[in-house]
Write a protein that binds this ligand. Structure first.
Ligand SMILES: Nc1ncnc2c1ncn2[C@@H]1O[C@H](COP(=O)(O)OP(=O)(O)OP(=O)(O)O)[C@@H](O)[C@H]1O
Ligand SMILES: [Mg+2]
Length: 249
């Protein structure tokens, strides 16, 4: 086996029987899965099936009801949420979360933790490099609200990758975008993959998911109902019934 193939087979993130219950709501209910280094993974599932809650479990924002999380082979289920970024996990949120009384550039800078911001010479250069990388160079002095929605979402991707995470979690990064903007974000995600970013992407656009992802998971009512190559997963009877059928209605 060649070295790149071996690298790609390494599990970067492992979830073992992860559950997140909110009172009686079993938002995530016993999910076991792993992500392989270097791949773009996707999660499909109807509204309320637990996709965002699962991302929140991975970043430790949502406390686990049970289960274990491992990153690069080490359990981090007891690590405080603000320390998860230091492990190398970053995420974007389903709704835009930028600070409007700070510049776009400052918002990107905030993706670096305090220690790195002050200690690392070159933090500024890194911010500029990342802004260029996601296509927002030149917008740094504006306020987030002055940007188009698409550019706001790119700013969030910049903030997530500025600390060079090993795993990037993206919650509906193209929600509300037109087809051209979606294609651009798809191309951006693929180019980030070539730079080595392992990704876990949540999106409702099935065609985009089949196009962008190397591997797909499907959720329904907090549980994993299918996983595999994208073409196979979207043909799965359970997935069609729980999700694709509903979309067509
Ligand atoms: N903080 C919370 N408190 C109580 N219930 C919650 C909380 N967050 C999510 N839920 C519930 O958990 C379930 C899963 O929600 P989640 O947001 O994870 O779904 P989703 O798959 O991301 O849906 P969508 O596609 O609409 O974004 C839903 O029933 C939701 O109402
Ligand atoms: Mg969601």
């Amino acid at each position: 086996m060649s070295e790149p193939t071996e690298r790609a087979a390494l599990p970067l993130l492992e979830l073992d029987d992860v559950a997140v219950h909110f009172g009686g709501v079993r938002a995530v209910d016993g999910v076991s899965l792993y992500l392989r280094e270097g791949l773009i993974h996707g999660i499909l599932g109807a509204n309320g099936s637990g996709k965002s809650t699962l991302l929140g479990a991975v970043t430790r924002l949502n406390p686990l009801t049970r289960g274990d999380l491992r990153f690069a082979g080490r359990s981090y289920a007891g690590v405080a949420p603000h320390r998860v970024a230091r492990l190398g996990v970053a995420r974007t949120f389903q709704t835009v979360r930028l600070i409007d009384d700070r510049s776009v550039r400052d918002n990107v800078l905030l993706g670096l933790d305090t220690a790195t911001r002050s200690a690392r010479a070159g933090a500024g250069a890194r911010v500029d490099e990342v802004m260029e990388r996601v296509g927002i160079a030149g917008l740094g002095r504006m306020r987030p609200s002055e940007l188009s929605y698409g550019m706001q979402r790119r700013t969030e991707i910049a903030r997530a990758i500025v600390g060079s995470p090993r795993l990037l979690l993206l919650d509906e990064p193209t929600a509300g975008m037109n087809t051209d903007e979606r294609d651009e974000i798809s191309a951006l995600l693929r180019s980030l993959q070539r730079e080595g970013y392992t990704q876990l992407l949540v999106e409702h656009d099935v065609a985009m998911m089949v196009d962008v992802c190397d591997y797909l998971f499907a959720m329904n009512f907090g549980k994993l109902i299918a996983q595999g190559l994208p073409d196979e997963v979207v043909r799965d009877d359970g997935v069609r019934e729980s999700y694709l059928g509903k979309q067509a209605q």
